[in-house]
Ligand binder design. Structure first.
Ligand SMILES: Cc1cc2nc3c(=O)[nH]c(=O)nc-3n(C[C@H](O)[C@H](O)[C@H](O)COP(=O)(O)OP(=O)(O)OC[C@H]3O[C@@H](n4cnc5c(N)ncnc54)[C@H](O)[C@@H]3O)c2cc1C
Length: 226
């Protein structure tokens, strides 16, 4: 972002990750910024997510064959889809567009677009993470996808192909090797040892409150108003 010659007063509504990141970069561009939120910073969706800074999330939600899965999802009480039948007439046009978005050629284009947006995720976050004093919370560990069965692994082949086609390094751990991003992409042999996971969990530093770190992103530059 380039520095503007004439500083302006800018208001950002919403103190989640999107609003705070915008506010921080607006401030860096030399403007005054006020963040408005009905609650405390970082307590909306940004509070309860999985915490992945994931540049490999190039697989769209709607994929080929999504329609065939709908009946099973609806019957499964823990499935990813819940439908209020009375709302169906309102929802139907959107659902139809959602299903059509899963056509193979559309999926390929969406994956390319997602990769262009997300490819530099970690680098883009770096100045924000530094400003929030949160570097200790970022671990470059890669992204692990676990399958319950060979069948579910095979079902996901298209998604894996999409990732590979868009420059995401994918290792099949059953092959016994892993490319470690934390060691400059070194190829490591995988050995399973009991207790490894527990030891790793114990070494990890406790996660401190996000609220002060969210505030720190724009502290000294704008105001956070409740
Ligand atoms: C279960 C789950 C897991 C996820 N995991 C990941 C992940 O691992 N990695 C990832 O990148 N993304 C993940 N996401 C997505 C990610 O969490 C969201 O995309 C992101 O947090 C959205 O940020 P936001 O700032 O837009 O919204 P929010 O964090 O919800 O912030 C919006 C803010 O706006 C405020 N607001 C809303 N309306 C008003 C109003 N009228 N006036 C004033 N304030 C208002 C709210 O109070 C809130 O504080 C996950 C999402 C979910 C649900």
């Amino acid at each position: 972002m380039t520095t503007s010659p004439s500083p302006r007063e800018i208001v950002v509504i919403g103190a989640g990750i999107v609003g705070m990141a915008c506010a921080s970069f607006i401030r860096r561009a030399g403007h005054r910024v006020t963040v408005l939120d009905r609650g405390a910073p970082g307590e909306g969706t940004s509070f309860g997510n999985a915490g992945c800074l994931n540049s490999s999330s190039v697989v769209p939600i709607s994929m080929p064959g999504v329609l065939a899965q709908v009946p099973r999802w609806l019957l499964d009480p823990e499935g990813p889809l819940v439908l209020r039948w009375r709302y169906l007439p309102v929802l139907a046009p959107w659902l139809w567009r959602f299903v059509r978005a899963g056509a193979p050629e559309k999926v390929a284009a969406q994956a390319r677009a997602l990769r262009a947006l997300l490819g530099s995720t970690i680098e883009s976050y770096a100045p924000l993470v530094k400003a929030a004093g949160a570097e200790d919370l970022v671990h470059r560990l890669g992204h692990l996808t676990v399958y319950k069965s060979e069948a579910s692994f095979a079902k996901d082949a298209r998604a894996m192909d999409l990732r590979r086609a868009n420059g995401v390094a994918v290792d099949d751990l059953r092959a016994g090797w892993w490319t470690d991003p934390a060691r400059g992409g070194a190829r490591l042999r995988i050995r399973r040892r009991r207790g490894d996971r527990r030891a790793r969990r114990e070494r990890r530093p406790p996660c401190r409150s996000r609220r002060p770190r969210c505030r720190r992103l724009v502290e000294g530059s704008g105001e956070t108003t409740r």
